[in-house]
Design a protein around this ligand. Structure first.
Ligand code: NAD
Length: 351
């Protein structure tokens, strides 16, 4: 990978790298854009095969955060941190590593605000907080925003309501059939919300217990994981994996709307074009699943659950605006979402 070519392609931004032999910390902070405010993004701890893999990941993830914050009207840019997980370490080594990481974050003077991500935990953020104020989600007992999943689920529900308004001119979801792929943290909360609103549910998960819970609590029907994308339903809500909309799954789809929490649902951008050709309304993933980010960003201003919920509720307007503009301009919704972001961040859509 040529670093500067990759940076140009992604319209990056700054990269900050630290290597601390004493604690073993090898970390990269990617600041994709600070145009709209300080960058918020999680810190990922992962055993990368080499520094190229870590760089590629941090740049891709940081760019994603710029888009998610901007589409949600947050006064924040996009950033992310990755820490290369050492081969061998114990809890004390981990503590030392995150202490050093806290100093690293602090040295960036507030341009980057960190939080949990894949591989990191609340107690890591507690250690980080001993060394910097630029950290969120560090102590749920001290009024922090806590588990983001219920907020993400609430935002997805609001996005589904917007899609129902656009597609069927409906103000309620009563009787609509939603198929949910993955009923883990977000999928479970989403199933609960939709059940309350009178939806019929079909759910699938590789974890049988998770499905049993939804059958018992919400009267959901069970589907096999291999069949869920083909279920005849009104709305498909992918809440498990990325890249589920691909060349193999597209011909099987039997829904009118796709609206779920999973990140990177389209295997490639061209699959958004195919969804449009098949007359399936797709709520772009990073717009509909931003509830967790909106919630944690609220913590930066002094956490208040009611305000966070109100701001998450506005995902309805965001998704409706995207669907309406896509229809007006006859372009796929994923492209429209990118255009809206780029107009906000750069003053014009990028090529
Ligand atoms: P999770 O790990 O709690 O739940 C995912 C569920 O999907 C698990 O129950 C898992 O068993 C199931 N699953 C895995 N493979 C499957 C398959 N092939 N078929 C059916 N089910 C399968 O994760 P989560 O926090 O609920 O997040 C779900 C998705 O939403 C992820 O893509 C995540 O990146 C995205 N997301 C989550 C949040 C959040 O606040 N947690 C925010 C934004 C985006």
């Amino acid at each position: 990978m040529d670093l500067f070519d990759a940076a140009d392609d992604l319209h990056f931004g700054d990269l900050h790298i630290t290597n601390d032999p004493e604690t073993g910390l090898q970390a990269i902070v990617g600041l994709h854009s600070l145009e709209l405010g300080p960058a918020i993004g999680g810190c990922r701890l992962y055993r990368y095969s080499d520094s190229d893999a870590a760089l590629r990941d941090v740049m891709r993830l940081a760019r994603g955060m710029t888009y998610k914050a901007a589409i949600s009207n947050l006064p924040h840019g996009g950033g992310k941190a990755v820490i290369v997980e050492p081969e061998d370490y114990d809890e004390e080594d981990r503590r030392q590593m995150f202490a050093k990481f806290g100093q690293f974050v602090d040295s960036l003077g507030g341009d980057y605000i960190t939080c949990e991500d894949v591989g990191t935990r609340v107690d890591d953020m507690n250690v980080v907080h001993n060394h910097t104020d630029h950290v969120l989600g560090y102590d749920p007992d001290a009024g922090s925003s806590g588990d983001p999943s219920p907020f993400t689920a609430y935002g997805v529900r609001r996005g589904i309501e917007a899609a129902a308004k656009f597609r069927w001119d409906r103000d309620d979801l009563e009787g609509l059939h939603v198929a949910i792929q993955g009923v883990g943290s977000v999928g479970y909360y989403l199933a609960g919300e939709l059940h309350e609103l009178g939806c019929e549910l079909t759910v699938a998960d590789v974890d049988d217990d998770a499905v049993d819970t939804c059958v018992a609590e919400f009267g959901a029907r069970r589907a096999e994981p291999g069949d869920i994308l083909a279920v005849d339903c009104d709305i498909l809500a992918p809440c498990a994996l990325g890249a589920v909309i691909n060349d193999n799954s597209l011909p099987q789809l039997n829904c009118e709307v796709i609206a779920g929490a999973a990140n990177n649902q389209l295997a490639e951008a061209r699959h958004g074009v195919e969804l449009r050709e098949r007359n399936i309304d797709y709520a772009p993933d990073y717009a509909i699943n931003a509830g967790g980010l909106i919630n944690v960003a609220q913590e930066y201003r002094g956490y208040d659950e009611q305000t966070a919920r109100k701001k998450t509720s506005a995902i309805y307007d965001t998704v409706l605006q995207i669907l309406q503009r896509a229809s007006r301009e006859s372009v796929p919704t994923n492209l429209v979402a990118n255009r809206i972001v780029e107009e906000r961040v750069y003053g014009q859509a990028l090529a």
